[in-house]
Design a protein around this ligand. Sequence first.
Ligand SMILES: Nc1ncnc2c1ncn2[C@@H]1O[C@H](COP(=O)(O)OP(=O)(O)OP(=O)(O)O)[C@@H](O)[C@H]1O
Ligand SMILES: [Mg+2]
Length: 327
Amino acid sequence: MARRPSGNSADRVGRVLVLAGGLSHERDVSLRSGRRVSEALRDAGIDVDERDVDAALLPRLREDAPDCVVPLLHGESGEDGAIREVLELLGLSYVGSPPQACRIAFDKPVAKTVAAGAGIRTPAGVTLPAETFRELGAAAVMESLVARVGLPLFVKPAKGGSALGCSVVREAAELPAAMVNAFSYGDTALVESFVPGTEVAVTVVDTGDGPRALPVVGIFPDGGVYDYTARYTAGSTEFQVPAKLDDAVLAECARVAATAHEVLGLRDLSRSDLIVDADGTVWFLEVNVAPGLTETSTVPLAVQAAGLDLGDLVADLVRAAVARSLR
Ligand SMILES: Nc1ncnc2c1ncn2[C@@H]1O[C@H](COP(=O)(O)OP(=O)(O)OP(=O)(O)O)[C@@H](O)[C@H]1O
Ligand SMILES: [Mg+2]
């Protein structure tokens, strides 16, 4: 593919290391994000190396440090701040949010509390660890849950991704299986009101001039549910960019995503997952610090719709990260 001229000269970016893979449930997704971004950076004329996260990584980073790391690890250790903490220990510059902000964003109930404190609407929910069900009796706890949250409700792991362990519960009898599903991905579950409406994803980027929201992506899965298969099977979900919603609603989606990015202390790139209900109210579900960048992911669609090139954008984020670490 022909190299596109980048805004700045490629040599100022130096050598970039893309980290992808890891041991989370989203390993495959991460490897696909890594391949896509590495290719885009190469097309932009950047010197890129790709590596998995394993015991060979640290010796390699110490011996031959890259100028900047682009961590594209999804799931627990990638998004909970752990890998960024290690990059900071090594004094390496990297693209993305700092560890403390990742820890807050990756914990959905905590992130929802912070977002709600900034006036963002988020579905009412209850957060409970598996022990509570064991100690107090699962049936009694579930009865109180249904009475409080109402039906239909939505169950998900408090920390997770790619819709793994998520279920809609329309009747109380479906709740036990939904809880077991969520607890198979983590020890704490978030049970929240089910919000019917149009699902949208809003990417926020900040290459040094402050966070800005890219065009809102509307998500319409063929089967009506945006589950793992609908996310990563090409052609199984229809996307609208920008989503066909009123301009005022689109502006509100952008405002909510930019506000979430700021109040959670996020940096460089994030993606907020929102639902717009029939009244045009925007509900915040969660924000991702290492959003998917695969061929079927929403962030690359938003980047393209904004008239940007993915490789040039990531190169700009690398430049911003290097400048930040020099400061
Ligand atoms: N309260 C809710 N009401 C209706 N649908 C919901 C609700 N919460 C989540 N969903 C659906 O479940 C999907 C996954 O939920 P969420 O985005 O919170 O978790 P995730 O597994 O972290 O996803 P991601 O891969 O986007 O990081 C959403 O994309 C949406 O389709
Ligand atoms: Mg999500």
